[in-house]
Design a protein around this ligand. Structure first.
Ligand code: HGY
Ligand code: MN
Ligand code: MN
Length: 407
């Protein structure tokens, strides 16, 4: 059994054109027009091999093989197709497209277990600042009330964007995990490790956890020219000191990472001392206690700095997910297969979070990485060698064929 590399790469080249920022990376937020186009492309390809698809109230899509029968346990291949702003062409959609290719190869095989391809909605959190939203409703981590908590920059809630799904429709989003034999997610590494060590496959052991907080600093707006320096309560300078304090607190530790990726000053005019500044700060690590330790240290520093500067600060939890150890038995199976195929691989952690985290709490889950060129991701430069993309898909096929007893 072999994947068709040409076909896989053609799909990926076709899909990368569904972006709101052509020429400046891929911007494809869930529920947007480009997302619709990518979904339509994938559903057409899946329909061409006789697959049936169902879209749930969160717009997660489940695509079943023609030979699936009700009542059997299923193997799921899943990932996402949404991106960050000006992101890369492979993050998420590579795993979905490779899964589609696997289904094409297995479409005429006899399977002992059902096989499903799942497209998780809103994994990046680009709309609402909360990652893995679609899969958090599947796992039950998110409940109905979160439809109202999650709001985009225009103030639209997830409930409004989904056009007010009914209670029953929401209930059906949650999976019955007893039906799941295993889930596999194939993904680009998004970091430098595999390339640096000259390896072509990663088998993921632990996916980092993360906590995201939003910090709102309120000072006193005033005229940029007429206000002496000693009379200022500048919300942006206070935020800047908080952000550098966070970097200093976390820097010399080796594992935990902290990032401030979004900051907004109001009224955002060059000749007005900012009255308010809002920024997000996220911390990630393979251990929850480390994440909590650093978030607590940073929160204390933010409060101290704001007190000293006589500005107000509000700190709000935006989202969180626990570090997740993936299934050791499935990882061992994949290690044996990689060794058998003489594929240079290593077991490794993932600093990026993935929908696999949400599923791994309830069912056997495995993740496979392929190298990222220059270790870059979430940027237009994101790329992976075609031979690595094809080899990763071939490996996914072998693992899926073994798990479903395909012949
Ligand atoms: O942020 C992440 O780790 C993922 O790309 N959503
Ligand atoms: Mn991803
Ligand atoms: Mn991502």
């Amino acid at each position: 059994m072999k994947v068709n590399g040409e076909r896989l790469l053609t799909d990926l080249f076709q899909l990368r054109q569904f972006t709101d920022t052509p020429g400046e990376g891929v911007t494809r937020f869930s529920y947007g027009q480009q997302d619709q186009k990518a979904r339509a492309y994938l559903l057409k390809e899946a329909g061409a091999i006789g697959c049936a698809a169902e879209t749930d109230a969160l717009k997660n899509i489940r695509i079943g093989m023609p030979q699936n029968t009700s009542g059997r346990q299923k193997v799921v291949i899943g990932s996402h197709i949404d991106t960050v702003r000006n992101g890369g062409w492979l993050d998420g959609i590579y795993g979905v497209t490779a899964g589609l290719e696997v289904m094409r190869v297995l479409k005429d095989c006899r399977l002992e277990y059902d096989l499903e391809l799942v497209i998780f909605a809103e994994e990046e959190g680009s709309n609402f600042g909360s990652t893995m939203t679609g899969s958090k409703f599947i796992s039950g981590d998110y409940k109905e009330e979160d439809l109202d908590h999650l709001k985009n920059d225009e103030g639209l809630s997830l409930r409004q964007i989904l056009e007010n799904p009914s209670e029953e429709e929401l209930r059906q989003v949650k999976w019955d995990f007893s039906e799941l034999k295993a889930m596999l997610e194939l993904h680009i590494e998004q970091g430098p490790v595999l390339e640096r060590e000259g390896l072509s496959l990663g088998i993921v052991e632990t996916i980092f956890g993360m906590r995201v907080i939003e910090v709102e600093v309120t000072g006193v707006g005033n005229h940029a020219g007429a206000t002496p320096m000693e009379d200022r309560k500048d919300a942006l300078c206070a935020a800047a000191e908080c952000i550098l304090a966070a970097e200093r607190i976390v820097k010399p530790n080796g594992h935990t990472v902290v990032t401030v990726g979004r900051i907004k000053a109001e009224p955002d005019c060059s000749n007005v001392i900012p009255e308010k500044t809002v920024f997000t700060l996220e911390a990630r690590d393979g251990q929850t206690e480390k994440i909590d330790y650093f978030i607590n240290q940073i929160t204390a520093a933010i409060k101290r700095i704001c007190r000293e500067r006589q500005v107000e600060c509000q700190i709000r939890e935006v989202s969180s997910s626990e570090p997740l150890k993936l299934d050791p038995e499935l990882s061992k199976t994949m290690e044996r297969l990689a060794a058998q195929k003489k594929i240079p691989y290593r077991v490794m952690d993932s600093g990026a979070v993935h929908d696999a985290c949400m599923i791994a709490k309830h069912a056997k889950t495995g993740m496979i990485f392929v190298p990222s060129i220059g270790g870059r991701s979430h940027v237009p430069e994101e790329d992976t060698r075609p031979e690595d993309l094809v080899q990763g898909a071939q490996f996914l096929l072998e693992v899926a064929a073994a798990l479903t007893g395909a012949e």
